[in-house]
Design a protein around this ligand. Structure first.
Ligand SMILES: Cc1ncc(COP(=O)(O)O)c(C=O)c1O
Length: 378
């Protein structure tokens, strides 16, 4: 089976981890500072802080932004559940707005209608690495005085007109989970230009400790820190990131070109000036002959590691259908998510599937993937 992902871990990572282990300083420290420096430099923000994973990056940022129980955060339902769950974790109410069926990202034209007096923030998600329409979203946010947190957990290296994703919103979060464009196994980062927000995040992720360190604590916080063992992998991953991004893009554009032969396959659309990081390559199938589950299973039979990751958008997940069981439901009025209808998210949920696009794909593997489509769709 051609795997959908293949982490590149080489001698550089192994040596870097060994150095940390031998140093005796295993927890968050100077290697994490180096990872933050390289990452913020790449994204183009003044500040970045590491976290234990992408979910804690989101919850740390949302709490630092001041999201309170009952506050509404507008977001996309077509995502990994962690996006919406991070809102619910801090007591916020995820308000799902439909996506565009070509980009799979939140439709900025639908955001204003979802804004109420309880709305505090917008959380666009750059799904599969494809940038959401940040210029448009920032315009709506400014008009309504809302904060914006970019969920860039899948979008390392994505950009709009040369500006990196992660530098548009008031803050942005990244994940370094084992399948991501930059990977450390588990890990996360928040980027921001706002020093006060950054300072609040440092407190929240570290038990309310002051900048001076030691054992004076000023507020309730968590342990959302990263280990230097993990950061050491991240620093080395940053060094080969240009290569990873270039290869992912090359593979994705080659598949885009290939799929022009097949009317039934519609790749996710990159708008003019938008560049995906191609964390995943996920076209949609529109065919009278077979459905999405059948093509996934046919591809797997041909040895292609294909999946349909968000077949159930968030508002269709039991988590949100049973939100009355969540601890904040005693204090917060949630919408009846069973009545929420988001036709494009449901459509793409039913039609999309992914195929491998990782940087280690060989020419033979790409040819096998193309042959599999020719066989299945001929
Ligand atoms: C869009 C999105 N948001 C948030 C997360 C959460 O990141 P993590 O798994 O590192 O906690 C992920 C992880 O896959 C994700 O894809």
């Amino acid at each position: 089976m051609i795997p959908f992902t293949k982490p590149i871990i080489e001698d550089e990572e192994i040596e870097a981890v060994k150095r940390v282990l031998e140093s005796g300083m295993l927890a968050e420290g100077k290697v994490s500072r180096e990872f933050e420096r390289l990452f913020s430099e790449f994204v183009g923000t003044k500040f970045a802080t590491v976290t234990s994973n992408g979910t804690t990056a989101l919850s740390t940022a949302l709490e630092a932004m001041g999201i309170q129980p009952g506050d509404e955060v507008i977001t996309s339902p077509f995502t990994f559940i962690a996006s919406a769950n991070s809102i619910a974790m801090v007591g916020g109410v995820p308000v799902f707005v439909d996506i565009k069926s070509d980009t799979y990202n939140i439709d900025p034209d639908l955001i204003e209608a979802a804004i109420t007096e309880k709305t505090k923030a917008i959380m666009p998600i750059h799904i599969f690495g494809m940038p959401a329409d940040m210029p448009h979203i920032m315009e709506v946010a400014e008009k309504h005085d809302l904060q914006v947190i970019e969920d860039a957990c899948q979008a390392h290296g994505a950009s709009i007109n040369g500006k990196q994703i992660g530098s548009f919103g008031h803050c942005a979060t990244f994940s370094f989970y084992a399948t991501k464009n930059i990977l450390t196994g588990e890990g996360g980062m928040v980027t921001t230009n706002d020093e006060e927000l950054y300072d609040r995040m440092l407190m929240i992720k570290n038990h309310g400790r002051g900048k001076e360190g030691g054992y004076s604590h000023y507020q309730i916080g968590y342990n959302n820190r990263m280990m230097d063992i993990v950061a050491a992998i991240g620093v080395q991953q940053m060094k080969r990131f240009d290569f990873v991004l270039k290869e992912r893009r090359k593979n994705a554009l080659e598949f885009n070109e290939f799929f022009t032969e097949f009317d039934e396959i519609r790749p996710q659309v990159e708008d003019e000036g938008f560049k995906s990081g191609y964390h995943l390559y996920a076209p949609s199938l529109y065919s009278d002959r077979m459905n999405r589950d059948e093509i996934v299973s046919a591809l797997r039979d041909e040895g292609v590691g294909s999946r349909a990751v968000y077949a159930l958008p968030c508002h269709k997940q039991d988590t949100y259908l049973n939100i009355q069981n969540w601890r904040w439901a005693k204090f917060v009025a949630y919408p009846d998510y069973s009545k929420v209808s988001l036709p494009h998210a449901e459509e793409i949920g039913a039609q999309h599937f992914d195929i491998p696009v990782h940087p280690s794909l060989t020419i033979d593997e790409k040819n096998s993937i193309k042959d599999a489509f020719r066989k299945i769709l001929s």
